[in-house]
Design a protein around this ligand. Structure first.
Ligand code: ZN
Ligand code: ZN
Length: 577
C-alpha cells in the first residue's frame, strides 16, 4: 500500500505546474475504458439496459457477496481516481472524474447505509432484465433466446436470495412489489412463448428454453406469494417508508448533485410558490370577465384561481382518445421549434407513442424510454398509461388534470424538445460516462426548462395557457416541498393532500397518485425544480457573459452537448471556470 502511494507522489512531483497534461489525458482515457468494462462486468443488468449486450446471459444474484464485490470495485475506483491530478485533465475529463467519483461514493452509501434491499421488495423484479435482452434487435432472435435460457435459469436462485434479504419491508413497497411482479408475469405467459414460436431453435434448445421459462415463472409466483404473506400487509404497521432527514440530505447530495443543499433548494421552492400564486391570481383577474360574465371576481385570490382552473379544465379529451390525442399534438411542437429556430431537431431518430408496458406500470402516468448510448439508432418510446383501469369518475378527474392545455406542456416535457430531444443529444456526446452516469436533475431540469422556454418564445401564447403553465410550474415546486416534508418532517397523508389540492390546485386523483409516489421514492421528486432552477440561473449567467452575442439556439445546443452531466459541471464548462 505504502509503495503505491509513494510512487504516485513521485509522478505528481514530476508533473507539477503543467495544466492539461497530454500524458495524463491519455492515461485517464485508458482508465475510463477500463472502468466502463469493469462497470458492466459488475452490473450485467444495467449493461443490457443501456444496450451493451455482452453480459445478457447473466443475472446478478443479490446478497452479501455481490455487495462486497461492488463496494470493493467502488473503493478501487476511488483509489485510482486519487492518483490523477484534476487540474491536468481536460474539462470534459474532469466532469467524468466527478461523475465516476460520485458513482463510487454513492454505491458505497447505497450498500452500506441506505440498504434498500432490506425494506424495498420491489427492487427485486426480473421483468426489465428479460425485456432488455429480448428487445435487442441487433442480435438474431435465436441468440437472444439462448442468452435468456441461461438468464432465466438463475431466476429461482435470485428470488430465493431476495426473500432472505427483505427483512423489514414497508407496506407501500410490499404492495408495489406484488403489483409489479404480477405485471411481469405476462412476459412468461405471452411474450416469451410468442418469441419462441418466431425463433428457429433446435428441439433441444427449445426444450431448455421452455423449462427455464417455467421454473422462472414459478419463482416469480412464489415470491409474490411470499410477499402476500408478509405480516405488514395485515397489520398495516411496521417500518415507515420515510427515510428521515439524515439519509435524505445524503441521498439528495449523491442523486441530485447540485450547487445547493436540500435545505437551500427547499427555501427557493417556497419562494417560487409564493410568486406563482401571485401570477396565477393576476391572470385569473384578466380572464374572469370572459368566462364568468356578470359574476363578481371572488375577493379571495386562491378561490378565484381555483374557479378559473376548474372552468378551463373542462376542456379535455375523452378517456379512450387519451393516447391518440397525445400522438396528434407532436407535429405542432416540431413545427414551432423549427420555425423559431430554437434548437436543431434530429428527424432521423424515431419517436413512438405506446401503451406503458405492464411491468413498468404503477409509478408514473407518462414516461420516455430512450435507446442507450450503445444503440444509437434505436426507437425512443413515449410510454403513456391508458385510462382503461379507471372508473368514469377517476378518468374524469385525471383528464381534468391533463386537460387540453396541460397535455401540451406534458408533450413538451416528455417529447419535443424535452426528454426525447435531450436524449438524442446525450447519445451524441463523446463521453459515454456522461451518458451512463447521467444526472437525473439535469435530465428533468431540461424537460422543465423547455416548458417555460417554449412559453416565453410564444408557443400558444394565451392567458389560459399561461395559467396552466404556472399551475404546472407550481406543481414542480410543490413536488419538492412535498418530498422534503414527507421524508424529513413527518408530514401525514392529510398534510400532503392539503398541499397538493389547496396550494397546488390539483385534482383529487392526481394528488392521491402523487402521494403514493412520494412514499415509494425519495429525493427523485426534487429533481425537477432543482434542475430547472439551476439551468435557468446558468442561462442568465451566460446571457450576462455574452451580451449581444447570446443566441438561444446556441445556448441550447451547447448545453446539451455535454451528455447528461450535472448542471453544476456543465456550468463550469460553459462559463470556462
Ligand atoms: Zn369532463
Ligand atoms: Zn420528466
Amino acid at each position: 500500500m505504502y509503495k503505491i502511494v509513494l510512487c504516485l507522489f513521485t509522478v505528481l512531483l514530476v508533473q507539477t505546474g503543467t495544466a492539461q497534461n497530454a500524458a495524463t489525458n491519455s492515461k485517464f482515457t485508458a482508465f475510463e475504458q477500463q472502468f466502463i468494462d469493469d462497470l458492466w462486468r459488475n452490473n450485467p443488468g444495467w449493461a443490457s439496459s443501456v444496450g451493451y449486450h455482452n453480459y445478457d446471459e447473466q443475472l446478478t444474484i443479490p446478497g452479501a457477496e455481490t455487495n462486497d464485490r461492488l463496494v470493493k470495485f467502488a473503493a478501487a475506483t476511488l483509489q485510482t481516481l486519487a492518483s490523477f491530478k484534476e487540474s491536468e485533465l481536460s474539462s470534459s475529463q474532469r466532469t467524468d472524474y466527478y461523475l465516476i467519483k460520485n458513482y463510487a461514493e454513492a454505491t458505497t452509501f447505497y450498500i452500506k447505509e441506505f440498504k434498500e434491499e432490506e425494506w424495498n421488495p420491489s427492487v427485486f423484479n426480473v421483468g426489465g432484465a428479460i425485456f432488455d435482452v429480448l428487445d435487442n434487435k441487433a442480435k438474431p432472435l435465436d441468440q437472444r433466446l439462448q442468452a435468456l435460457t441461461k438468464k432465466l435459469s438463475l431466476v429461482p436462485e435470485y428470488f430465493l436470495m431476495a426473500s432472505k434479504l427483505v427483512v423489514d419491508p414497508t407496506l407501500e413497497h410490499t404492495e408495489l412489489a406484488i403489483e409489479q411482479n404480477k405485471g411481469s408475469l405476462y412476459l412468461f405467459d405471452t411474450v416469451l412463448p410468442d418469441s419462441l414460436k418466431a425463433a428457429n431453435l433446435s428441439q433441444r434448445d427449445k426444450q431448455d428454453f421452455m423449462n427455464a421459462t417455467k421454473a422462472a415463472r414459478q419463482a416469480v409466483e412464489e415470491y409474490i406469494k411470499w410477499l402476500e404473506a408478509r405480516p405488514i400487509l395485515e397489520k398495516k404497521e411496521g417500518r415507515s417508508a420515510r427515510i428521515g432527514k439524515e439519509l435524505y440530505q445524503k441521498k439528495f447530495a449523491y442523486d441530485i448533485n447540485a450547487r445547493y443543499t436540500a435545505d437551500e433548494m427547499y427555501a427557493k421552492a417556497q419562494e417560487r410558490v409564493k410568486y406563482l400564486q401571485q401570477q396565477m391570481a393576476a391572470v385569473t383577474k384578466t380572464l374572469w370577465p370572459t368566462y364568468f360574465p356578470g359574476t363578481p371576481l371572488p375577493s379571495d385570490n386562491r378561490e378565484a384561481t381555483r374557479q378559473m382552473i376548474d372552468k378551463l379544465s373542462e376542456r379535455h379529451c375523452k378517456p379512450d382518445d387519451f393516447i391518440a390525442t397525445i400522438e396528434k399534438q407532436l407535429p405542432a411542437l416540431h413545427d414551432f421549434i423549427e420555425k423559431k429556430r430554437l434548437i436543431d431537431l434530429d428527424d432521423s431518430q424515431p419517436l413512438k407513442v405506446r401503451k406503458t408496458p405492464e411491468y413498468m406500470a404503477g409509478v408514473a402516468g407518462a414516461s420516455i424510454n430512450s435507446p442507450g448510448p450503445y444503440e444509437k439508432n434505436g426507437v425512443t418510446y413515449y410510454n403513456v398509461t391508458p385510462l382503461t383501469g379507471y372508473s368514469p369518475a377517476e378518468a374524469e378527474s385525471y383528464l381534468r388534470e391533463y386537460n387540453d392545455f396541460v397535455l401540451q406542456i406534458l408533450n413538451i416535457h416528455e417529447a419535443i424538445p424535452g426528454h426525447y430531444t435531450q436524449h438524442i443529444y446525450a447519445n451524441r456526446s463523446p463521453s459515454i460516462i456522461q451518458n451512463i452516469l447521467g444526472n437525473g436533475a439535469m435530465v428533468e431540469g431540461w424537460a422543465c426548462y423547455v416548458e417555460r422556454m417554449m412559453m416565453e418564445e410564444g408557443y400558444n401564447d394565451t392567458p389560459e395557457m399561461w395559467l396552466f403553465y404556472y399551475k404546472w410550474n407550481l406543481r414542480e415546486a410543490c413536488n419538492f416541498i412535498l418530498d422534503y416534508n414527507i421524508h424529513c418532517n413527518n408530514w401525514t397523508e392529510k398534510d400532503a393532500l392539503d398541499l397538493l389540492v389547496t396550494t397546488a390546485f390539483q385534482q383529487e386523483k392526481e394528488a392521491q397518485e402523487k402521494y403514493r409516489r412520494v412514499t415509494l421514492t425519495q429525493v427523485q421528486l426534487t429533481s425537477y425544480f432543482t434542475g430547472l432552477t439551476e439551468i435557468y440561473e446558468l442561462r442568465d449567467e451566460v446571457k450576462k457573459q455574452q451580451g449581444d452575442k447570446f443566441s438561444l439556439k446556441a445556448f441550447h445546443e451547447q448545453f446539451l452537448s455535454y451528455g447528461s452531466a450535472p448542471v453544476k459541471d456543465i456550468r463550469s464548462m460553459m462559463l470556462g471556470q
